[in-house]
Design a protein around this ligand. Sequence first.
Ligand SMILES: [Cu+2]
Ligand SMILES: [Zn+2]
Length: 189
Amino acid sequence: MPIKKCLAVLAVGALVCWVMLGLRTQAAAPQKAELGGSSVTKAIGQLIPTTKTESKVKGTVTFTLTGNKMHVYGEISGLTPGEHGFHVHEFGVWNEDGMATGGHFNPSGEHHAGHDSARRHVGDMGNIKADANGVATVDLDDDLMSFSGTNSILGRGLVVHEKADDLKSDPSGNAGGRLAVAIIGVAKP
Ligand SMILES: [Cu+2]
Ligand SMILES: [Zn+2]
């Protein structure tokens, strides 16, 4: 009987140790990632024209996080006058036709919509509007984009389209070809 009791105590002790060790590793991992992510307050994307479209579209776009609001600002040139779809896409890679950026950044599995919609892709920023000189200014506030967690836009793609985004058609608003691509990276604050 005492031997059995002794074994039982040992078994319980081992189980407690195992559970505590597991909890410790679980708690440590996300904390590290969160600390790294939250120290980023500004990101930047340098739009490079896609060569297959013979585009001349270029520009610089910054993303600045204040509290829970992301301010998106930039100037984009080389456009035809009028509206052009403007989105964050899933992958942060430039290629000759911009297709390597994949679809719109959509971590919540929503349908495509305009920037003002309550339910939309996180990457949906609607349209930018170029003036007669082909220059568009982006200046908007966003409630969904982040630099940490599932909605983090760091390392993703930024795309300027050939045509206007109709703000409703899945999967990408019928905005046509991809004229310029940027990779969103960490910027100097
Ligand atoms: Cu797009
Ligand atoms: Zn979309």
